[in-house]
Design a protein around this ligand. Structure first.
Ligand code: E4P
Length: 216
């Protein structure tokens, strides 16, 4: 499973990239707002920090304008992946940009049939939003399972990018269900490494090692 980090904070991205933990980055307009920096500047910097795909989202609503914005974003760097909303215009723009050889990420997916359409439009990635479904008491993981089955039934190459991940358990379940990628906030990604028994075990080993009086 690939890990993308879901942030526009370059310091967090650099730290995780240096640790070898990430394969790409996703951003959205809300994350750009949080970063409080000009979008094109921050996307360019992220693309220098990581060689993996960096999703940058268009903000137009009409297909032709989405394509125009997508081309501008894709010019920033070779590893920009154009992020488009799951609307009819978004799908049209996805088809055009994919046919032109750009990477695309269709976002705001909340149903398996939406995901089927995105695959037919040639999306490189489909982003089902797990956490936002869970917020409404709808099982987000069932959506991942349904999309996995549908894509496998028809050998679609679109990768399932589990998004709106809020917990370590979301990562675990998405991996068990065969999501190709999980995009995870930096804090959750860092929390994946933690286990109290690891800390306790390490403490004990170090205490015993000290008693041996040896050094390596
Ligand atoms: C995905 O690409 C989105 O940026 C993100 O995962 C949305 O997560 P949220 O529902 O926590 O805002």
């Amino acid at each position: 499973m690939k890990f993308f980090v879901d942030t526009a904070d370059v310091n967090d991205i650099r730290e995780l990239e240096d640790a070898g933990l990430i394969d790409g980055v996703t951003t959205n307009p809300s994350l750009i707002l949080k970063a409080n920096r000009p979008m094109k500047e921050v996307i360019a910097e992220i693309c220098e920090v990581t060689p993996g795909p960096v999703s940058a989202e268009v903000t137009a609503l009409e297909a032709e304008e989405m394509v125009r914005e997508g081309r501008i974003l894709a010019e920033i760097a070779d590893n920009v992946c154009v992020k488009l909303p799951l609307t009819l215009d978004g799908l049209k723009a996805c088809k055009t940009l994919t046919d032109d050889g750009f990477q695309t990420n269709v976002t705001l997916c909340f149903s398996a049939t939406q995901a089927l359409l995105a695959a037919k439009a040639g999306a490189t990635y489909i982003s089902p939003f797990i956490g936002r479904l869970d917020d409404m008491n709808i099982d987000g993981m069932q959506l991942i399972a349904d999309i996995r089955r549908i894509y496998d039934n028809y050998d679609f190459e679109t990768e399932i990018l589990a998004a709106s991940i809020r917990t370590i358990n979301h990562v675990r379940e998405a991996a068990l269900l065969g999501a190709d990628v999980a995009t995870v906030p930096p804090s959750t990604l860092k929390a994946l490494v933690k286990h109290p028994l690891t800390d306790k075990g390490l403490e004990q080993f170090l205490a015993d090692w000290k008693k041996t009086g040896q050094s390596i």
